[in-house]
Design a protein around this ligand. Structure first.
Ligand code: PEP
Ligand code: MG
Length: 755
């Protein structure tokens, strides 16, 4: 069996007995050029071209029906009379599965349905091919022979090309050529998905990455088409050169990845397949489209992520070529309110689309820990990883609903479904308006506890959330997000400018900058990790910073420069020992000694994400100026449960006795040592968790912007004195480690808390 890495098979010699593809395409071209091509002509030409005795063309009608619209060699009177349900008979099966069938003995196939009207009894073998465009099955084309034979790979390939041409002809002809109201699908389609960034939005869909209708399908001048192809390749390469040299000065991993990409896209042999198709009589864009289709089919069957990535590179290159050939539209200047639908998306592209105004995004190949997902969350942009097929099934401007909370993308939703969502969105906007009233209210609980609610942010563009939410400051500034978005770590001046801007915007409010937390799920483009078995527990974050101090020192310098004498708070991620914290703080002090003006106040704190740190508290509290609990990582290490595995996401709960016990003890130790403590993991932004943490004595919480007001609205209604005994009782009952979320939520609701 051929492996995916083998070179493509050598061109096979055609068997003249069964016709000649080039001749077939030449005849088709002549008919198309003269404007006289009809479906019966195509049926005849394909049967003759493939040396078959008969042929049929079925098209899809509304209601999942296939209608015979042309035939050659069979009873012409059956045209318009034979109708099959999608899934019925061999033709229906091909339409339903989207795969071709090559049967030497069609009549003995278990799905064969006998229809007397068509007179196909004399035919033994059949090759049936779906006619697909943009993921939709527009019909089926089949050829039949009296002799029992399996059609050769060359013949299958030829019929696939005819099916592709037919798809273009049908979609261009629209209703007029084939009667009724065309073939466009109107039925709703649902795609299940994983939530990447929560939110619900409704609007028009913008599929990007699917080909536009091809204006010219066939050519009688392959030389001219080959020239067009070469020009397009050159232009796409120039584009890539620009990307490599202009956008990424100084080399490094991003440059390496683009160089590798160029090597793959130029050496894989797919261009020679495109050239071969042009020599067979296809225009450059049709040939590129044809090779792209084959590629997608292959990708669908490949499980190996490395190979998929390589093929994905080629598909990306094909996209560039299609743009250069005019076969794919460049990005629109604005995309306000659109739901973007794409196969893949990098962080830079996500930012680019966000700037063009999209309201949400559905991505066919994305994981919650991918860069696009991290950025989407940072931007508050609803994002969903959807099942494959959505991009091809959608047409621009069709209505769509992105439910990145329930985890569904609905294309062409039914009016009743739209109504339900609209009502939910309306309720939500009423609630949002009500929440806005909390913006300027201090976060003081009913029993008089003053809470500090801070923001988790990672991009300068998120800073407007400070004003929008009335947050008390920034509890976690994730410096690595800019590096992820830019595809590399900016130089010292670039970093200093960014940190300076953050402090400018924050004014008198406190900002806690976290040093680069790269590695594990946060890889810069071109990095693929070190092949570690457990990257989350591997050489990442501060560990890299301490082993390669130049990067960390540069960042610390940039922070000091950006502060320009203002108070500066820096915290280190993934600290596992007091020695590590000390080493990091020493680097900071060494840099601080060299930079003037020195910050008015310089604080060094630590994230608490590694459980071992809990057993070094006396030493740690003697040295750290503040502590911030990162529940995301702490939970994964505490319960040995990968935070990136969706199957485990509900299995362990922050509202369970081990976590609450841990926090309570930590609060006591920090209070005794006089060291400020905050919680900045995702849990801090969940109202019920926030109230429980507050009852344990945590007075500072840091969370994403959209959580501030919901959390505040619940905290101001909560009486922590009343909650404490309840919490104690529930923890005692749940001491086995299970979640106490349900009974705690019931208590909260009974006491009027809007959790
Ligand atoms: C955490 O681990 O809880 C945290 C806030 O850091 P991050 O999510 O960036 O790893
Ligand atoms: Mg973390």
């Amino acid at each position: 069996m051929r492996s995916e890495t083998d070179p493509p098979p050598k061109r096979r010699k055609r068997k003249p007995k069964f016709g000649d593809t080039r001749h077939l395409f030449a005849s088709l071209r002549e008919h198309l050029a003269s404007g006289t091509a009809s479906l019966p002509d195509i049926a005849r030409l394909v049967a003759e071209g493939l040396g078959a005795n008969g042929s049929v063309i079925y098209v899809t009608r509304p209601g999942e029906i296939l209608e015979l619209v042309a035939t050659f060699g069979l009873n012409i009177n059956a045209v318009g009379r034979i109708r099959l349900r999608v899934g019925e008979g061999i033709i229906g099966m091909v339409a339903a599965s989207g795969d071709s069938l090559n049967l030497a003995d069609a009549q003995n196939h278990p799905r064969y349905v006998y229809r007397a009207e068509i007179g196909e009894e004399a035919m033994a073998s059949m090759l049936a091919m779906p006619v697909k465009r943009a993921g939709r099955t527009l019909g089926v084309i089949g050829v039949m022979s009296r002799e029992a034979r399996v059609y050769s790979p060359v013949e299958v390939e030829s019929l696939a090309t005819v099916a592709m041409l037919l798809a273009e002809i049908l979609s261009r002809a629209g209703a007029s050529d084939v009667g009724e109201e065309g073939f466009s699908e109107t039925l709703p389609r649902r795609y299940a998905g994983h939530v990447l960034s929560a939110g619900i939005t409704r609007g028009k869909v913008l599929p990007y990455g699917a080909a536009a209708p091809i204006a010219r399908l066939l050519t009688d001048d392959p030389a001219a088409e080959l020239k067009r192809l070469d020009d397009a390749v050159e232009s796409a390469n120039r584009n890539l050169d620009g990307l490599i040299s202009g956008a990424l000065p100084g080399g490094g991993a991003p440059r390496d990845v683009l160089e590798a990409y160029r090597m793959v896209t130029q050496s894989s042999g797919w261009l020679s397949q495109v050239r071969e198709a042009i020599n067979d009589g296809l225009t450059a864009e049709t040939a590129v489209d044809k090779v792209a289709r084959n590629l997608r089919e292959r990708m669908r069957r490949i499980a190996d992520p490395y190979l998929r990535e390589r093929l994905a590179d080629i598909e990306d290159m094909i996209g560039r070529l299609m743009v250069a050939l005019g076969g794919m539209a460049p990005k629109p200047a604005r995309a306000d309110g659109y739901i973007l639908l794409v196969r893949r998306l990098g962080p830079a592209d996500l930012l680019d689309w966000h700037a063009r105004g999209i309201a949400g995004v559905a991505i066919e190949e994305a994981s919650p820990s991918g860069h696009a997902a991290i950025l989407a969350r940072a931007l508050g942009l609803p994002a969903l990883a959807v099942d494959r097929g959505a991009v091809d099934a959608a047409q621009k401007d069709e209505p769509a609903l992105l439910d990145a909370e329930g985890g569904t993308f609905i294309l062409r939703p039914e009016p009743e479904v739209i109504q339900v969502y609209d009502r939910a969105l309306e309720t939500r906007s009423v609630r949002a308006a009500a929440l806005a009233a909390y913006r300027d209210r201090p976060a003081i609980t009913r029993d008089g506890t003053e809470m500090q609610l801070m923001l988790n942010v990672g991009l300068a563009m998120e800073l407007d959330q400070l004003e929008r939410t009335g947050a008390d400051g920034i509890g976690l500034y994730r410096t690595e997000i800019t590096a992820l978005a830019a595809g590399g770590i900016p130089d010292v001046a670039g970093q200093a400018a960014e940190y300076g801007r953050v402090l400018d915007r924050a004014g008198q409010k406190r900002v806690q900058f976290r040093t680069l937390d790269l590695g594990a799920d946060k890889l810069l483009p071109g990095e693929s990790g070190n092949g570690e078995e457990n990257p989350a527990m591997g050489w990442r974050s501060l560990r890299v910073g301490l082993d390669r101090p130049a990067i960390l020192r540069r960042q610390l310098r940039a922070l000091l420069l950006g502060a320009q004498g203002r108070p500066l708070s820096i915290m280190f991620p993934m600290v596992a020992t007091v020695e590590e914290f000390r080493a990091a703080r020493d680097l900071l002090e060494a840099e601080a000694a060299r930079i003037r003006p020195a910050p008015e106040i310089l604080e060094a704190g630590t994230m608490l994400e590694v459980p071992a740190l809990l057993f070094q508290l006396p030493g740690l509290l003697a040295e750290a100026d503040f502590i911030s609990v990162g529940t995301n990582d702490l939970m994964q290490f505490l319960f040995a449960a990968d935070r990136g595995t969706p199957e485990l996401s509900d299995r362990y709960d922050t509202l369970s006795s081990p976590v609450l016990e841990l926090l309570e003890r930590l609060v006591t130790c920090c209070q005794e040592a006089g060291v400020p403590l905050s919680v900045c993991g995702e849990a801090a932004g969940r109202p019920l968790d926030a109230v429980a943490f507050a009852a344990l004595g945590v007075t500072s919480l840091s969370m994403s912007g959209n959580a501030i007001l919901p959390v505040k609205s619940v905290l101001v209604e909560a009486d922590l004195n009343a909650l404490r005994p309840v919490l104690r009782e529930l923890r005692r009952a749940g001491a086995a480690g299970g979640s106490i979320r349900e009974p705690l939520a019931a208590w909260a609701r009974e006491h009027g808390l809007a959790i």
